[in-house]
Design a protein around this ligand. Sequence first.
Ligand code: MRU
Length: 346
Amino acid sequence: MLASPITPVQWQDDQVHLIDQTRLPGSYEIIAVSTYAEMATAIKTMIVRGAPAIGVAAAYGMYLGAREIKAGDRATFLTQLSEIAQHLRQTRPTAVNLFWAIARQLAVAEATSGTIAEIQAQLLATAQQIQNEDVATCKAIGDNGLTVLPETPQKLNILTHCNAGALATAGYGTALGVIRSAWQNDRLHRVYADETRPRLQGAKLTTWECVQEGIPVTAITDNMAAHCLKQGLVHAIVVGADRIAANGDAANKIGTYGLAIVAKAHNIPFFVAAPLSTVDFKLETGAEIPIEERDPAEIYQVGETRLYPEGVEFYNPAFDVTPAELITAIITEKSAVKPQDLRQFQ
Ligand code: MRU
């Protein structure tokens, strides 16, 4: 059934193959994407999701768009490519990797002299490079995580929220990358996976990845986390991020902020694991991070069942911002640093 390692975005047979993350864990299906509009839809509908994976997908989307352009002259080609970039940018607002990857592809197109075919080839090569870099980056994040995880007499129980695993990246994971490295180095006893309402990325994706890798995992609903910390079941929390401001404030899946407060209350270290491509140095603080609001149906509908009566209003922010002072360290591919030291990587 599963190709291991887990590769959510893969260039194959002149198309981009995406693991359809909306179908897991019930079925493992690959969707072939061959136009930039299809890629935009896949990002918007969360067939592909997770900040670094969205970046990789957008980079391929830029190539797919570039090869659809019919223009023969360079100026028209670049104008149309920037329109394609704008279309892809409008898919999701919070994960900065989307904008980072698109900007990188636009810069490549501008910088490549020669024929349009040569620019197109360079865009494909860059998408593949972004994908490969992300795997290496996540492995470095995993290794750097080992330097800051607490030393305890027993192996660690680590709690994570949402899915910052192979599925959310090019194939190793940020938060789950740290957890994978801890497991490979015999430092992990068990993962506690928050269910992560309303989209259930923890329930459906993180537990699935853990099962694929043979990593022991205990699932809890989001409202059980505080109780687990109080009971001493958790030694550290490691989460991913979708955008980090220059001061270290970190946007991540809704529910992360509450978890950080609870961690502080129980003196449990709280780590954010993310590549530097997730840091938006243009933003001074997390207050400037745009927070996506999604369809209320994600709250009121489970499968075919409506959970609420008619007449109720809903608010469905997909992310929240954890202030830097609640974060023990940000684990990047360069090193794990205190949030206030993040600017050294600018
Ligand atoms: O809405 P999603 O599923 O794209 O959300 C992104 C996430 O998966 C998380 O917030 C994650 O922890 C950071 S991305 C590695």
